[in-house]
Design a protein around this ligand. Structure first.
Ligand SMILES: Nc1ncnc2c1ncn2[C@@H]1O[C@H](COP(=O)(O)OP(=O)(O)OP(=O)(O)O)[C@@H](O)[C@H]1O
Length: 253
């Protein structure tokens, strides 16, 4: 499934937060958005998943006009893992993940054995199958993040949107979550802060600064010291890690 974002602009409380955003995610591609705090990454993602209404622009999911489409139809095709995963009422982990099945259900239709298999498989993907009866609110931040990812997986989306999905996660689960997402081989758009993880998992990167896309291309083309200094105002050296061959960043004071 292809995502086409064209000329998106968002104004909040009288301030232009993002402007002239052009972005594409082609079928099966893992696309990352990088950029400093406050540059507009979440605003862009929220506009795509329709929490924020843009002042201009179009967003297409294949031929479907996302800004005009029915939310249930959108939820059958796309899933979101947001930055904050707090809820007011408690549910079990199983019930949280089962919510991912609801876009595929008719009103009052209950889950069947096929749904149960999908929910179980999603929990296994994030290593939480033993926690299925636990209360969601009793989980750690990292465990909650993985439950929310399992819910998104159970939704069987063709487009996955992730806003800093490795927040709260230790090194093992940062790698596990991004490897799991990569293994799904579905179109993915993720805001990421860790540049080495972005280099390792993303097929293509968009670099944002002050509400604009300032560079886009393959990680090797974007993660160069001049671009990083321009975006983050930090000097660095970028090299191939001799152990795994991935791009590595050393920040200089
Ligand atoms: N409702 C609002 N009214 C005014 N400004 C807002 C509003 N919501 C967000 N902003 C501002 O828009 C800017 C972009 O915020 P956004 O959350 O998109 O940045 P971000 O790149 O995701 O940052 P971070 O990396 O810190 O998560 C910030 O300066 C933020 O304060």
């Amino acid at each position: 499934m292809n995502l086409y974002v064209s000329d998106i602009g968002v104004n909040l409380s009288g301030t232009d937060i993002i402007e002239n955003i052009e972005l594409k995610v082609m079928d099966g591609q893992f696309v990352g958005i990088i950029g400093p705090n406050g540059c507009g990454k979440s605003t862009l993602l929220k506009t795509i998943y329709k929490v924020i209404k843009p002042k201009c622009g179009t967003i297409l999911l294949d031929e479907m006009d996302l800004l005009a489409a029915n939310p249930k139809v959108i939820a059958q095709k796309s899933a979101v893992v947001g930055q904050f995963n707090e809820i007011s009422f408690d549910f079990t982990v199983w019930d949280m993940v089962a919510m991912g099945r609801s876009p595929h259900k008719k009103l009052l239709e209950t889950d069947n054995d096929i749904d149960a298999g999908i929910i179980r498989a999603a929990l296994e993907k994030v290593n939480l199958e033993k926690h299925s009866d636990r209360s969601y609110l009793s989980l750690s931040g990292g465990e909650k993040q993985r439950v929310v990812l399992a819910r998104a997986i159970a939704q069987q989306p063709q487009l996955l949107i992730l806003d800093e999905p490795t927040n709260h996660l230790d090194v093992k689960y940062q790698i596990q979550v991004l490897s799991t997402v990569k293994s799904l081989s579905i179109s993915t758009l993720a805001a990421l802060h860790d540049l080495e993880l972005a280099a390792r998992y993303c097929d293509y990167l968009y670099a944002m600064k002050a509400g604009h896309v300032v560079a886009h291309g393959k990680p090797e083309a974007i993660l160069i010291k001049d671009t990083i200094q321009k975006i983050y105002d930090v000097k660095c050296e970028i090299y191939r890690n001799p152990v795994n061959g991935c791009l590595a960043v050393t920040y200089l004071s």
